[in-house]
Structure formats: C-alpha cells, structure tokens
Design a protein around this ligand. Structure first.
Ligand code: PMT
Length: 403
C-alpha cells in the first residue's frame, strides 16, 4: 500500500505543455488510494481540459474565484481548499507561477490557494532550458525551498521548443515515487519493527467447542494499520477474527490458542523494537482437548483447566532494547490492577480500558483509555474511535523512543 493512500492531494496545474501529463498523474494518485482535487490557472485550461481532470479526479476542477459556469456569484473558497489538502503539488510549475509564488502574488485562484495552504508543498518545474537555467528562476527555486517547499527537479530531454536539455517536467511515475519516498523518509517509525498481538484466543475443548472471549481484534488491527502508516515494519499476531489484513505489507500471522500466540510472539520479539500486546489472551485452557466431539451424557460435567503462559510477562522478562506496551481490561479497581500488571510484566506503559466505561473495550468501534507510565504518571483520553486511539498510543510510543 502506498504511503499516499488516504491522503488528500491538491494538484495545481499551470500553463505549460506538460499539463497534458497531469491526466496520468491524477490517475496514478487515485490508483495509489489518494483523494485528488485539481486547481488550474486560467491559461492552463488551454493545455488540458478541466473536464478531463474532473472526470479522472471525480471532483470539480476550480480555476477562478467565482463559479463562472452558473453565474451564481458563488465564491470558490481557496482557504477551505488550502486547509483540506494533506499535500499540494504544483505540476507543471511554470517560471511565471514559480516567480509569483516566490513573491507572494495571488492574482489567480491557484496562487491564493497556495498561499492559504498549511500542508507540505511540492513543485515540479517545466520550462525551456534557458528559462530553467536563468539566474532569476534559480533564485526563485532557492526562495521557494527556503520557505519549506520541495522541488521535484526537471529532467533533461526533448523540449516543446524543439531544443533539447534540462527543463522537462519529471514523468508522472517519477513524481509519484519522489513524493512517496519523501514522505516515507520523514515517517517517525521508519526503520522500526513493531510486534502487535490482537484478538482473542480459542482454547479447544474438543474439535467443535472452545473457551474464548469477545475480542474482535479491532483494537490490535487499528494499531497495526497505524504503525504501518507511520513507516514501521509490522508483525501482527492475531487470534481468530473475521478482520482482513488492513495492509498487505503487514506480516499477519493468524493463530488459534494462547500457546500458538506465545510461540509466535516469543519467536519474533528479539528482532523487534516495539511490542504492543492488545490481545485478550485466555489465562487458562482445558488440560485435555478431546479428539472427538464430547457427547452429552451426565447432568454436570467438570472441565479441568491449566494455566496458559503469560505472553506479555515472558516478553517483559526477555526485554532488552524494546519498548513494551500492554493493555489492561478491567472491571473493578481499574487503576490499581493496571498498575500491578505494568510492574509485574516490566512494561514501559499500560493502556487501561474499563468495561465500566460505555463505548470502551470489546467489539465497539470506540475505546476510552487511560495510559499509566512506569514513572507513575498517567494520561487520560476522551472516548474516540479505535483508529484515533491507535494514533494516540503510537504517539506516546514515538515520544518515548525520542527520549
Ligand atoms: O479486540 P477488540 O474487540 O477491539 O477489543 C479490544 C480489547 C478490549 C481486547 C483490548 O483493548 C484489550 O484490552 N486487550 C487486553 C485484554 C486483556 O486480556 O487484558 P488483561 O488485563 O487480561 O491482560 C493484561 C495484558 O497481558 C494484556 O496486554 C494481554 O494481552 C496480556 N496477556 C494476558 C494474559 C496472557 N496469558 N498473556 C498475555 O500476554
């Protein structure tokens, strides 16, 4: 999955012959899972039609401050659009537009949107070789990069003028790769390996029955997806769940029982930097698991249970350089019990969720957590979607790893 998947990309198209390539660019962004909106300078419409770009992006293309087509005097909101974007790309970026961007002009909708945006901005120059080489153009590149914008350098080749040299806009595939690599380089968990346990465990009584619990795996899968999108290599060890792997780049290992989960987790733990145990592991399993379905006979039946290995406690004992995070699902004396687990299992922090809070714990789309750190500090959070909760937990891990 591309790092731009889910990102909102604002593409600014200016009046250069390379504008025809933006149709391919929009398609590549959409294929990579991004949402795309396009703004154009009025002159750019001579090079590629708004109809082409709106059809490909599935969004209205804007090139003026008012909605010109229906003469409704309605205003196109450049501020809203600038704030909507996770990243803005100006491609092709002509010498004229680059010069205006460097000086802060805003005499068209694209420039006003650029000035209003707060997101990272990339620009892909396209112009004739002498214009590209001109000291004023070079100065504008420097000014724009000094503002924090990122230049995607032009390449050499045949130019619209018939001359050959530097000034061709980078090819759409190369622009996509440039942006993906640039984003990946700045992700806070790049070069980190993260192990996550998720879901319930099933402890077989016989071939058709088991001891299990209500965990859906959602919390753990959200943690895995968030860790991956922050650049980590992720190993997700999950008990039985109907959830699909959220990202094909996540190494998803499906297991059944606590013993299976223990074996997988202890195998991978030495090679990871961070481990998060969100699985609801059964503390006990039947001493014997019948090979055939147990037949109904007596009025009562005794099931002898034996203790399962405590996966997290074992990781805590083996811990060297790793950041180790556990969960505590409590129904009473919540903080006291969670603090006990934090200490006994040698964790860096523990995420407490209580079944006494509505919308917290098993199955739901939301969770309400409190984090207890090993130095005694605590941090409470509002009820949020499990996606946001996963983000909060990983933020705390990133802060710890930067200490
Ligand atoms: O899957 P969802 O429906 O989204 O629900 C999410 C969740 C409620 C399961 C999750 O948020 C959660 O609280 N997970 C931990 C549940 C649990 O078993 O808590 P515990 O307090 O019993 O265990 C403490 C910690 O030790 C946990 O990190 C657990 O993974 C770990 N443990 C427990 C027992 C065991 N034998 N081995 C373990 O590793």
């Amino acid at each position: 999955m591309s790092v731009i998947s889910g990102k909102k990309i604002l593409l600014g198209v200016t009046a250069g012959i390379a504008a025809y390539k933006t149709a391919f660019l929009v398609r590549l962004f959409i294929k990579a899972g991004a949402q795309v909106k396009v703004v154009m300078t009025p002159a750019a419409k001579e090079f590629v039609t708004p109809l082409t770009l709106s059809t490909l992006s599935k969004n209205e293309v804007i090139s003026s401050f008012t909605k010109e087509e229906d003469h409704s005097n309605q205003w196109n909101n450049h501020v809203e659009l600038g704030l909507w974007a996770d990243l803005m790309l100006i491609a092709p970026a002509t010498a004229n537009t680059l010069s205006k961007m460097a000086k802060g002009h805003s005499d068209n909708f694209l420039l006003a949107t650029y000035l209003s945006s707060k997101c990272p901005v990339y620009f892909a120059p396209a112009m004739d070789l002498d214009m590209y080489r001109h000291p004023s153009t070079r100065e504008n590149f420097d000014i724009l990069t000094s503002f924090g914008n990122t230049m995607i350098p032009a390449t050499s080749g045949e130019l619209a003028s018939g001359l050959s040299g530097e000034g061709r806009m980078a090819e759409p595939e190369d622009i996509l790769k440039f942006i993906e690599d640039h984003i990946a380089e700045s992700l806070p968990l790049r070069n980190k390996k993260v192990l996550i346990t998720a879901g319930p465990t099933y402890e077989a009584i016989d071939p058709v029955r088991f001891i299990g619990n209500h965990s859906s795996g959602k919390m753990g899968f959200e943690l895995a997806a968030a860790a991956r999108s922050l650049g980590a290599e992720v190993i997700l060890i999950s008990g039985p769940t109907h959830l699909q792997n959220p990202n094909e780049e996540i190494n998803l290992i499906r297991v059944q029982s606590a013993v299976d989960m223990f074996e997988a987790a202890t195998k991978f733990f030495p090679e990871v930097d961070i481990a998060i145990a969100s699985a609801a592991v059964s503390d006990y399993r039947p001493k014997l698991s019948a090979t055939q379905k147990i037949k109904k006979s007596a009025e009562t039946m005794m099931l002898e249970l034996v203790k399962n290995p405590d996966i997290l406690a074992s990781l805590g004992e083996a811990k060297k350089h790793q950041i180790l995070v556990g969960f505590a699902l409590e129904t009473e004396n919540e903080e006291e019990n969670a603090a006990g687990k934090l200490q006994r299992k040698n964790l860096d922090f523990i995420v407490l969720n209580s079944l006494n809070d509505s919308g917290a714990g098993f199955k739901s789309e939301t969770n309400k957590i409190k984090i207890l750190f090993k130095d005694g500090k605590t941090k409470g959070f509002q009820i949020k979607s499990k996606t946001e909760v996963a983000g909060d937990i990983l933020n705390e891990i990133i802060l710890l790893s930067n200490e």
